[in-house]
Design a protein around this ligand. Structure first.
Ligand code: ZN
Length: 139
């Protein structure tokens, strides 16, 4: 069995963002040379997510509004975590809702998606460099 590991780096200009990282993951798969197996993609930070959904801007606006409804960024003092001097309690909560990782089957050298599935990086406390891990195992 072959094993391949790669880190992808992101720095968003705004606090919150959704980025379609499917092209980078597909490039990592080509680089790995693996044709059959599994591809894990996970955020390496506890204020960012990796998830699969539709690449549709209206839906991304809906996700952002929905998450702000559940865990609004402000007022910052509503959160116990922010008593530590941080201001990112909402980002930890949003990350937990949207998930840490995805696993995609690798079939015939490609990511074996449903029709509209794409991989997204969800940033909830941006404006600094953060990593995503891609780990691919197979033959
Ligand atoms: Zn924090």
């Amino acid at each position: 069995m072959k094993s391949f590991r790669k880190e992808l780096w992101f720095q968003t200009p705004r606090r919150r963002a959704f980025i379609n990282i499917t092209p980078q993951v597909e490039a990592a798969l080509v680089e790995s040379g693996i044709r059959e197996g599994l591809c894990l993609v996970n955020a390496m930070h506890i204020t960012a997510s990796v998830f699969i959904n539709d690449d549709e801007p209206g839906l991304h606006a809906d996700f952002d509004r929905w998450l702000e409804g559940i865990a609004p960024h402000e007022p910052i003092r509503r959160y116990r975590h922010n008593d530590t001097g941080e201001d990112n309690a909402d980002a930890h909560l949003k990350r937990t809702i949207m998930g840490r990782e995805v696993v995609v089957a690798v079939t015939d050298g490609g990511l074996d998606f449903g029709t509209w599935e794409r991989i997204f990086y969800g940033e909830f406390d941006g404006r600094r460099k953060k990593r995503v891990l891609v780990k691919i195992i197979g033959e």
